[in-house]
Design a protein around this ligand. Structure first.
Ligand code: GFB
Length: 357
C-alpha cells in the first residue's frame, strides 16, 4: 500500500477509551467518519493495559489485522508510516493541533497528553501538540445534518492537513450506519493461524458452539447499573437502538449459570449429534468443570484456549458454527458483527428478554 501524500488530508486519533471491544467500535466509527470526510485514516496502535503496569502499552494496528482489506472500503495508512514519511513537511511540530470538542482537563485547551493512556499513545509517535482546537458544535454523526460540509467548511484540508483527535471521532456504542464496515476488518495471518490450528487440533471433527462468558469483577459492577441505564454499552446489538426489541435485564448482562446451561442444552438439542464441542471464551471464569458436568448427558467436550489471548478467543468465536454471546459486552459485539458479515448465526444469553420480568 504505497501512497503519495493525500491532498484531501488525514485523520489521526487516540483510541483512548476502554479496552479492545470499545476500541473496535470506535475504530469502525472513525473509518466511517474518515470516509465521509474523504480524508485518509491513520491507523492507530491499539492500546492495552497490563496488570501492574502504570502506563498503557501500544500495539501496532497490523499486529492483529490486515491493512489491505480496509483499503477496499477507504484510504488508510499506518500511523507510524505516515509519521516517518510525511509528518515533517506536512505536519511539522509547530503546526500540530489537537482537536477536542471542548476544554478537557484542568488547564486551557485539549490537554491531549494529560493522563494515561493519552501521554503514552502520542509518545509512541513522538508527537507533542503546539495548540488546541475546539470543534464544537460540529460532531461525528456524518450521516445527518449536513455534517460533512460543515467539517469541510470549517477545516479545509489545505489549511488543516491533519485533524488529530484527542479521542476517537466516533460514538460508543457503534453507530448503526457503521456496523457493516466490520466486513473489511480481517484478522491477520498470525491470529488466523492460531485460531485455525486450535480448531483443527482441539475441536474437529464435528461442529462447535462458541460461547462468551463475561464474568470478571468489573463486569459484575457494570451490570449493577443495568436498571438505571437500559441501553448500557453494546445493548443495541440485540435490543435495537431504540429498544425496539425489549429492555435490558440483569440476566442479559450477567446470566445465571442455570440460564447458560439451559440455553446451551436447547441449542445442542436443536443441532444434536453434529456438535462435538463447546468452546468457552472468558475474561475470568470459563466454568469448564461446571459446564462439563452439566452437559455430561451429551457426547461432547468443553474446551478453552490454553492461554489468555483475547484476540485468538475472538477469532475462534468468529469461526464457530454457533455462537452465544453477551448482548451488553462490546467484546461479544465484535464477534456478532464479524459473524453477521459471514452469514453465521448468533444468539445472546437471556435474549429475547422475558417481558414478564
Ligand atoms: O473488550 P472490552 O472493551 O469489552 O473489554 P466489554 C473487556 C476486556 O476483557 C477485553 C477481556 O478487551 C479482554 O481483554 N476479555 C473479555 C476477555 N472477554 C474475554 C474473553 O472471552 N477472553 C479473553 N481472553 N479476554 C467493557 C470495557 O468491556 O467493560 C469498559 O471495555 C468497561 O471499558 C466495562 O470496563 C465494564 O464491553 O465486555
Amino acid at each position: 500500500y504505497a501512497f503519495t501524500q493525500d491532498p484531501s488530508g488525514y485523520i489521526a486519533y487516540c483510541p483512548c477509551m476502554g479496552r479492545f471491544g470499545n476500541q473496535a467500535d470506535h475504530f469502525l466509527g472513525a473509518i466511517g467518519f474518515a470516509k465521509a470526510l474523504n480524508r485518509t485514516l491513520l491507523l492507530p496502535h491499539w492500546i492495552e493495559y497490563r496488570y501492574g503496569q502504570q502506563k498503557s502499552v501500544q500495539i501496532p494496528f497490523d499486529t492483529y489485522f490486515k491493512v489491505n482489506p480496509l483499503l477496499e472500503y477507504h484510504r488508510v495508512e499506518l500511523m507510524n508510516d505516515f509519521m516517518a514519511k510525511y509528518s515533517n513537511d506536512l505536519w511539522p511540530p509547530a503546526s500540530r493541533t489537537s482537536f477536542c470538542y471542548m476544554q478537557r482537563g484542568e488547564s486551557e485547551g485539549c490537554n491531549a497528553k494529560a493522563g494515561n493512556p493519552f501521554e503514552s499513545f502520542w509518545d509512541t509517535y513522538g508527537i507533542d501538540f503546539s495548540s488546541s482546537e475546539f470543534y464544537a458544535p460540529l460532531n461525528y454523526d456524518v450521516y445527518h445534518h449536513d455534517m460533512v460540509s460543515k467539517w469541510h467548511e470549517k477545516y479545509p484540508p489545505s489549511e488543516w492537513p491533519v485533524l488529530a483527535f484527542v479521542g476517537a471521532p466516533a460514538s460508543f456504542p457503534i453507530q448503526k450506519e457503521n456496523v457493516e464496515i466490520h466486513k473489511y476488518l480481517k484478522w491477520n495471518d498470525e491470529i488466523d493461524k492460531l485460531a485455525n490450528s486450535f480448531i483443527n487440533n482441539r475441536i474437529k471433527p464435528g461442529k462447535f458452539i462458541g460461547i462468551h462468558l463475561r464474568n470478571g469483577i468489573d463486569w459484575v459492577r457494570a451490570c449493577e447499573h443495568i436498571t438505571k441505564n437500559s441501553l448500557l454499552f453494546s445493548a443495541p446489538q440485540c435490543l435495537g437502538y431504540r429498544n425496539e426489541y425489549g429492555k435490558a435485564t440483569e440476566e442479559l448482562c450477567y446470566p445465571t449459570f442455570e440460564t447458560v446451561v439451559k440455553q446451551l442444552k436447547r441449542l445442542i438439542r436443536k443441532y444434536g449429534k453434529d456438535i462435538s464441542t463447546v468452546f468457552v471464551a472468558s475474561d475470568n471464569n470459563h466454568l469448564i468443570p461446571e459446564l462439563s458436568h452439566a452437559l455430561s448427558s451429551f457426547d461432547l467436550k468443553t474446551v478453552k484456549y490454553d492461554r489468555d489471548n483475547p484476540h485468538v478467543d475472538l477469532a475462534i468465536l468468529g469461526k464457530a458454527d454457533y455462537f452465544i454471546g453477551n448482548c451488553i459486552s462490546s467484546f461479544s459485539a465484535f464477534v456478532k458483527r464479524e459473524r453477521d458479515s459471514n452469514g453465521l448465526p448468533n444468539e445472546f444469553w437471556a435474549f429475547p428478554v422475558n417481558q414478564k420480568n
